[in-house]
Design a binder for this molecule. Structure first.
Ligand code: GLA
Length: 693
């Protein structure tokens, strides 16, 4: 039999069975090929080892004003004594424009607001790259977008090397030796252990970005061997994947000398007091990052100055960063695009399609201050349904009834069939950018396989039949289906959908979904909240549905891999354990979790690729989430900056603010702007007024 014949027969069979059951519904179909779009830039791929190394250099340099005003005045030790024994050295060959010069400012605009500096107890600093720049992590993944796939592993950072035991259950990491916090205190394994023991493992503390023990594998332990050595013990052999989770945002230790005295275990503080011990107005909070917060004006700006103890240099021995100052203007996310394009801000992740056309037009002009470059399609939106039917988030009767519906395959099929993705896409932006998203791995990911990505094309009549099959009928004739008598009082099916109101796109998609569900006979009401409250509701299980921008793992797969499925009691975004730590997985979720667990311990790239194909098939055929749309983002950055790597996606392993390695950016002397608010000043004492001269 030829292949063609087989295909035809299969098509016939499908046709027959559809007829035989009288089904009109749309069939599971491979998702369409996403259209090409203009202005996508090419990445220059390198080996991981080409980017950086650790070594002592014959001499070190710093800005001359630091030497004159601080070192010569005995306010600061000489630069060689402020650096570690072997600093991290960025190789010139990997710098797009080579060794840089000091000066100038990187002006960010952000839509968030700082809650305080205690990242480890769950406080956010307003996002937009601010925390990424403050807190350094054991490993680093953002820049991996430029590393060849066959050479892929996380870059070293605070952990400068690691080694597996023969049996693969122990991983020994060497920390950078002699590096200091920005206030001059030693960074050691004490900082690492305080983060692990008293934050990650303490059930009363929820670090930002959600690190838990399972992030590193159920049962995983960590101990300090000496001041600069730590040892992990894992239940499985060689779970190399967890090294990715030691990067941003789940293993970035804080300064134990500041935090420990405030922690309830070592003080009279409550957990709430611990969390709030360092409000946004607390200046010069010690960091390992390149810049230190020195000024905060509510709803206006956060200013950071260079960290005199930063532990990274270039090959000429120049202490980084090159840029003396960074700004985070406190505005909105949409304004970030506008300001970057206009030149009053310096950088933006163009991620809201509503702004694409205007931004493209303005940056195409010859005298445009900023360049704009699109990356692959790595942003998508899902409706995540709360799959817990055993108590996560304490549902009332109506909420419980919704959870049961969410777990009903006919119901999920009805929702996905009633979703008109073309219409949702067109409501954001016309043109070739937005594509159909079936949920799961995004099409811009290296792990994407279109043939394994299935969905139910739009079919409202078919959707209604599926709804009936789920037991829902409009018994009172008001256009909205009712719960069966005996469930939730037989009332109208009304679903509350959690969305962030910080982004136009989230709200536009939310409105679109409401209108489309109305036609199906389901009433959806928006529960729009500031992102931080949205996240709290999400982590607390207090939602029916959550409309969510895709997370890192759906783009990179290798980053935060355990979160791709309910592999542990608290790894999934929409299905977590109840307060007895019980997880009521449906059979297909169990399959998803098993597939991901296999992936985590596999060291064969071919097998891993195959496992993700299986994952994607199980995910999309079972409608694990209702994928809506996916599209590319563009990095907008002012033309005066050098060392911006080509083709940096705004989001792959991490956000662009990490990927472009901001500590290496510089502005040639002739192009430098007059933007520094605290020229020739350095951070002052922790808790002090601000910068010092
Ligand atoms: C927000 C922004 C993103 C990115 C991240 C960084 O989520 O929307 O573009 O800047 O912050 O954390």
């Amino acid at each position: 039999m030829t292949n063609r014949y087989l295909v035809k027969t299969a098509a016939l069979l499908v046709g027959v069975s559809a007829l035989a059951y009288g089904a009109m519904a749309s069939e599971l179909t491979v998702v369409p090929q996403p259209p090409d779009f203009p202005a996508q830039t090419k990445v220059q791929y390198v080996d991981g080892s080409a980017i950086l190394e650790y070594k002592a250099l014959p001499e070190y340099h710093e800005p001359s004003w630091v030497t004159k005003q601080f070192v010569d005045q005995k306010k600061l030790p000489p630069v060689k004594d402020r650096l570690p024994k072997e600093p991290m050295v960025y190789k010139t060959g990997n710098m797009p424009d080579g060794v840089g010069v000091y000066g100038d400012t990187l002006r960010h605009v952000i839509g968030g607001r700082p809650e305080g500096w205690n990242y480890w107890a769950g406080q956010n600093q307003g996002w937009g790259g601010i925390d990424i720049g403050l807190f350094e992590c054991l490993t680093r993944t953002g820049p991996l977008f430029q590393v060849k796939a066959d050479d892929l592993q996380p870059l070293p950072n605070l952990a400068k090397s690691w080694e597996w035991s023969k049996d693969g259950h122990k991983l020994t990491m060497k920390l950078i030796e002699g590096a200091k916090w920005s206030d001059g205190q030693d960074f050691t394994s004490d900082d690492v252990m305080f983060y692990w023991d008293d934050n990650v493992l303490d059930p009363n503390v929820s670090p930002l970005n959600g690190a838990t023990q399972e992030t590193f594998g159920a049962g995983t332990t960590l101990k300090a061997i000496d001041k600069y050595t730590i040892e992990w013990t894992f239940k499985d052999a060689f779970p190399k994947q967890f090294i990715y989770n030691m990067a941003y945002g789940t293993f970035c230790p804080g300064p134990a000398h500041m935090l420990k005295p405030q922690h309830p275990k070592y003080s009279k503080n409550t957990y709430e007091q611990y969390k709030n011990a360092f409000p946004p107005s607390y200046m010069n909070f010690p960091v390992m990052g390149a810049w230190v917060p020195v000024e905060y004006r509510p709803d206006d700006i956060i200013v950071m100055r260079r960290n005199p103890y930063y532990w990274k240099v270039d090959e000429k021995g120049n202490q980084l960063p090159y840029l003396d100052e960074t700004h985070y203007k406190l505005s909105t996310w949409a304004d970030r695009d506008v300001q970057a394009v206009a030149g009053s801000g310096d950088i933006s992740n163009l991620e809201q399609p509503e702004n694409f056309v205007e931004s493209l037009k303005r940056s195409a002009q010859k005298d445009a201050p900023a360049r704009l470059a699109f990356g692959p399609r790595l942003i998508g939106y899902n409706i995540e349904m709360n799959f817990s039917a055993n108590g996560w988030g304490d549902p009332d009767a109506r909420q419980q009834a919704i959870r049961e519906l969410n777990r009903n395959e006919h119901f999920r099929r009805a929702i996905t069939m009633a979703t008109n993705r073309k219409e949702l896409g067109d409501s954001l932006v016309k043109g070739p950018f937005v594509a159909t998203y079936a949920g799961g791995i995004l099409s811009g990911s290296n792990f994407y396989d279109r043939q394994s990505t299935l969905y139910y094309p739009f079919d409202l009549e078919g959707a209604k039949k599926e709804l009936a099959a789920a037991g829902l009928k409009d018994t009172d004739g008001n256009g909205i289906v009712n719960f069966p008598a005996g469930t939730a009082g037989g009332k109208d099916v009304e679903i509350s959908m959690l969305v962030s109101n910080d982004y136009t796109t989230d709200k536009s998609l939310g409105e679109g979904v409401i209108a489309q569900m109305q036609k199906l006979g389901i009433r959806v009401v928006l529960n729009a909240q500031a992102s931080k409250d949205r996240d709290a509701a999400n982590f607390g299980g207090k939602f029916d549905w959550s409309l969510h921008r895709t997370q890192a793992e759906l783009a990179s797969v290798v980053q935060n891999t355990p979160q791709l499925a309910p592999t542990g009691p608290r790894t999934s975004w929409f299905h977590r354990a109840n307060n007895k730590n019980e997880l009521d997985l449906m059979p297909f979720e169990k399959e998803l979790a098993d597939t991901i667990n296999k992936f985590v311990i596999s060291s064969d790239p071919k097998e891993q690729a195959e496992l993700i194909k299986q994952y994607q098939k199980i995910y999309t055929t079972n409608v694990n989430t209702v994928g809506l749309v996916e599209y590319p983002g563009a990095l907008i950055i002012n033309k005066r900056f050098k060392n911006v790597p080509n083709g940096a996606p705004i989001y792959m392993f991490n956000w662009a603010e990490d990927s472009i390695i901001r500590e290496r950016l510089y502005v040639p002397a002739a192009d430098q702007g007059d933007y520094q608010l605290f020229k020739d000043m350095l951070p002052g004492k922790p808790g002090g007024d601000g910068p010092q001269k």
